[in-house]
Write a protein that binds this ligand. Structure first.
Ligand code: 16G
Ligand code: MG
Length: 542
């Protein structure tokens, strides 16, 4: 490897002196203009990771639900998973090395990870629709090329589609074809076969309104639409032709503001959903006859899916173990419903898909969802083989049910949470069970909740344990929270440093919205006082 050449080219993607960035929960994210050097260097790192794993590695250029001016990048590991933690550290070191230290840092990684430089490398690249994404993806390609890696640039893709491509390529096409048509065909075929079994008598033709956050989801949904139009007709809103990406729309906006997106007409009782900017999250919602808005978040999607899977398994008498994985943000009512009514085991992990994904792999069928709408279902190889066998062996009705399960396995993107895939699964289940969105919503009632942000000098002074539900530092904070929580009924609160923004996040729930709001405010004040708040003291009211 000619390191002098790398140094020369690196200067063309020079790092602004002193800029420090962190490979966070979902890669690097900041203003697009600060990212050119990071992209180039992630191209380099992807080649090294590819050589080390002897597999295809993915690089996705996106900042998901962040504002349009931001951008970001993350690496995708061989089975479509998030980058391994030790490599996240390398990514941070490499991104922050000043120009003159680049060679040393690169050599350090190569030695530490025993990368064989003679090994071939292959990198696949995808990007979202941000104005800055195309140029930044070329900087990734520069990095890949300089280290003599081979690459395929898929251009515009949703984040889960890139995960899918990586997974397909590293399983020699067994999982599916690593092309955009391959993705559309695999999911649509499963969806159409699954919904064929729904009794359509008297059913109106199924339609769904989809807010695409003015992002990549709109493009891809339009391309895909005719593959599944037999089973579902989608009406795309916020398709990017007028509005700004993620501005007053998209899954993150709808979930955090608990209100409908701009740019979508909602009649009462119509089924609507929102994707986020890179289409890896989905939330559903509707307006009732009185005009009230009802949000159906990731927790309720997980509940619908797990109850359906449990029913199917029961019908064929198969005893595969199911586990549901959530985070501390899961609404208390959802956890209670899953455990007490549905009798499925529920586990809590730290925020961030990699933690949930990892835990979900422990089960035959691992269902994981964050309340914000990111999630999927993982089927173990054993479960998949068993179901496939049953679909051949069983008779009549049971065989039909096993076939449905087979289609469900194909319909879930097992490489990552995927708004398109989750949407199709949800639509199929609602059709098969003949459920309206109101009936689905009525499974349980969410506890009123509130999320707030607090600015502090250094958010890392907050350390947590018990899947982020308890703060161990700064001293006195958890005791203060415990004291406040006691003042309200059915209440719960926790704080954690954000992995994507320079803030501390506060979550509170209680028996009424007033109580949840007031508890969240009081906890914010405790954070401000005990964890070094900066700027104005948190004010009550939202
Ligand atoms: C990222 C995570 C998401 C998590 C969120 C939390 C991935 C792919 N995405 O968007 O899972 O919920 O960060 O953000 O892991 P926060 O740390 O700022 O609260
Ligand atoms: Mg996203």
């Amino acid at each position: 490897m000619d390191l002098d050449v790398i140094t020369k080219y690196s200067a063309l993607h020079a790092k602004p002196g002193g800029l420090i960035l962190q490979y966070g929960t979902a890669g690097f994210r900041t203003k697009a203009e600060h990212l050119d050097h990071v992209m180039f260097r992630m191209g380099l790192l992807a080649v090294l990771r590819s050589k080390q794993t002897k597999s295809t590695i993915g690089v996705m250029v996106t900042a998901s639900h962040n504002p349009e001016e931001d951008n970001g990048v993350k690496l995708v590991d061989p089975l479509g998973e998030m980058l391994a933690p030790s490599w996240e550290e390398h990514a941070t070191c490499l991104a922050n090395a000043e120009e003159q230290d680049m060679q040393r840092v690169l050599i350090g990684i190569i030695e530490k990870e025993a990368v064989n430089l003679q090994q071939d490398a292959f990198v696949v690249i995808g990007r979202d629709t941000r104005p800055s994404s195309e140029k930044l993806s070329h900087s990734v390609i520069d990095g890949v090329t300089i280290l003599r890696g081979q690459f395929h640039d898929y251009g515009l893709l949703t984040t889960p589609q890139l995960h899918y491509m990586v997974y397909c390529r590293n399983t020699s096409g067994q999982y599916g074809k690593a092309t955009i048509e391959g993705y559309y065909q695999k999911l649509s075929k499963a969806f159409v076969e699954l919904t064929k079994q729904a009794s359509c008598s008297g059913d109106e033709y199924r339609t769904l309104k989809v807010d695409c956050a003015n992002g990549i989801g709109a493009l891809k949904l339009r391309e895909m639409e005719h593959y599944f139009s037999q089973g579902l007709s989608v009406h795309v809103f916020n398709d990017g032709t007028k509005g700004k990406l993620n501005h007053l729309c998209g899954a993150d906006f709808v979930k955090s503001h608990q209100k409908p997106p701009e740019g979508m007409e909602m009649k009462s009782n119509e089924r609507c959903c929102s994707f986020d900017g890179d289409a890896d999250r989905i939330v559903y919602y509707y307006r009732d006859a009185d005009g009230h808005f009802h949000l159906i978040d990731g927790d309720k999607i997980a509940t619908l899916i797990s109850s359906f899977l449990k029913e199917l398994l029961l019908e064929i008498g198969e005893n595969l173990n199911i586990g549901v994985v959530q985070t501390a943000y899961a609404n208390g009512s959802s956890t209670r419903y899953l455990e007490e009514v549905m009798k499925v085991p529920v586990y809590c992990t730290k925020t961030g898909v990699k933690h949930l994904h990892h835990k979900a792999q422990e089960f035959d069928i691992g269902i994981y969802f964050e309340a914000n709408g990111h999630g999927t279902v993982l089927f173990s190889k054993v479960a998949e083989m068993k179901i496939k066998q049953l679909a051949k062996e069983l008779e009549d009705n049971k065989r039909k049910v096993a076939k449905m399960l087979e289609n469900i396995i194909d319909l879930f993107n097992q490489a990552a949470g995927d708004a398109i895939s989750d949407m199709l699964v949800t639509e199929a289940i609602l059709a098969l069970k003949g459920l309206t969105i109101q009936q689905w919503d009525a499974l349980y009632t969410d506890l009123p909740n509130r999320q707030l942000k607090v600015k502090v000098a250094d958010r890392q002074v907050i350390n947590t344990t018990d899947a982020e539900r308890q703060a161990v530092t700064p001293p006195g904070l958890q005791e203060a929270i415990n004291g406040l929580v006691k003042k309200y009924r059915l209440s719960r609160a926790f704080v954690r440093p954000s992995g994507t923004e320079d803030v501390v996040r506060v979550y509170a729930e209680a028996d009424s919205q007033e109580s949840a709001d007031s508890l969240a405010h009081e906890v914010s004040l405790a954070v401000f006082q005990l964890a070094g708040g900066v700027g104005e003291r948190p004010q009550p009211g939202f």
